[in-house]
Design a protein around this ligand. Structure first.
Ligand SMILES: C[S@@+](CC[C@H](N)C(=O)[O-])C[C@H]1O[C@@H](n2cnc3c(N)ncnc32)[C@H](O)[C@@H]1O
Length: 324
């Protein structure tokens, strides 16, 4: 089960002292209602709103980015980024996942148009044990600020493209790719719309010469492009007591569905297996894995009598990459 690092949870907890949970719950509900109605994080207008957002959404977005970065590390273990550019950074969720994943990060630039969320990112930075990481907080619209933003080993866009006008996506993506010295990591909600955006980005980046590091293990036609299925993954995360109260939730965990894309420059010798696209199904005959293959997804039965392969398949999970 995934969770926020202790230092972020502690900083959040510190901000919650003296805040009435009922008021926080009302703000969280207003934010969720706005999201459900197709709105954006523009509904976050006060420090209290930012706190409510961080409490109910940050554990999930952190868990999704953490999962995407874990897949990246497994595929390119030698990658040691020194710099991050985090666009639509909000409270810095993706950057914190990045610095936790790679102690090599020395500098991060966080751009966001929302002053309240960026203030919260500052609070988290002050609370972090990594004061040696230089963080530059840039308040402003991406269209205006990206031009003067530094390039970085890794550019992160976590749940950010979903808030951009579709007509702006082309130019924005080109600017992000230009600033990515090695990797561009995009994480989006695990919806059909999120997948469509990822597909659009994938096409545009491949046309620019990108290697797809994950989740695809090829640059060919996406087998889910014309399918009723869409490429997404899930991560289970623990809910804190305050998270549950603020969300009015009754179970101490939630499953976050997400889509992602990691595109690379100059990444040679990528191990190429097949991504598991759904929860493996165990039957009397064996384990059925739904695998991503160029042009079509494949259902592969790993028979029970093939003992070694069966044992390995039983340990596999949705989102893992395998070589069968
Ligand atoms: C859903 S939040 C995601 C925040 C953070 N990346 C995360 O994963 O938790 C989207 C963020 O994008 C920012 N944003 C949206 N459009 C923007 C724009 N045009 N320029 C700068 N920031 C923008 C919002 O202010 C918000 O903080």
């Amino acid at each position: 089960m995934s969770g926020l690092p202790a230092w972020i949870s502690a900083a959040l907890q510190g901000k919650l002292d003296h805040v009435a949970r009922g008021v926080l719950r009302d703000r969280a509900k207003a934010i969720s209602d706005s999201y459900r109605a197709g709105g954006s994080s523009a509904v976050v207008r006060s420090d209290l709103d930012a706190l409510a957002y961080a409490l109910v959404r940050m554990p999930a977005t952190y868990a999704a980015v953490h999962a995407a970065l874990a897949q990246t590390i497994a595929l390119i273990p030698g990658f040691q980024p020194r710099s991050i550019l985090d666009v639509g950074a909000g409270p810095g969720t993706a950057s914190w996942a990045g610095v936790e994943a790679w102690p090599s990060v020395q500098r991060a630039t966080l751009i966001d148009g929302n002053a309240r969320l960026l203030d919260l990112a500052r609070v988290f930075h002050d609370a972090s044990q990594r004061q040696s990481t230089a963080i530059d907080f840039v308040l402003g619209d991406l269209a205006a600020t990206l031009e003067s933003a530094p390039s970085a080993d890794m550019v992160l866009a976590s749940y950010a493209l979903t808030e951009m006008a579709p007509a702006a996506l082309n130019d924005l993506l080109a600017a992000l790719w230009q600033r990515a010295d090695r990797l561009l990591v995009i994480v989006e909600p695990g919806t059909v719309a999120g997948f469509q955006r990822i597909l659009t980005c994938r096409d545009m980046l491949i046309a620019q010469g990108a290697r797809i590091v994950a989740p695809c293990s090829h640059e060919s036609h996406c087998p889910l492009r014309d399918s009723t299925r869409w490429c997404h993954f899930a991560v289970r995360l623990a809910r804190s007591r305050d998270h549950m109260i603020t969300k009015g939730a009754h179970v101490p965990f939630e499953d976050e569905k997400f889509c992602y894309l990691v595109a690379g420059k100059g990444v040679a010798d990528l191990p190429r297996g097949q991504r598991i696209l759904a929860t493996p199904k165990v039957s009397k005959a064996g384990v059925v894995l739904t695998l991503c293959k160029p042009d079509r997804p494949e259902q592969r039965l790993i028979e029970r009598r093939d003992k070694e392969a069966y044992r390995a398949a039983k340990r596999c999970d949705w989102g893992d990459i395998v070589d069968v």
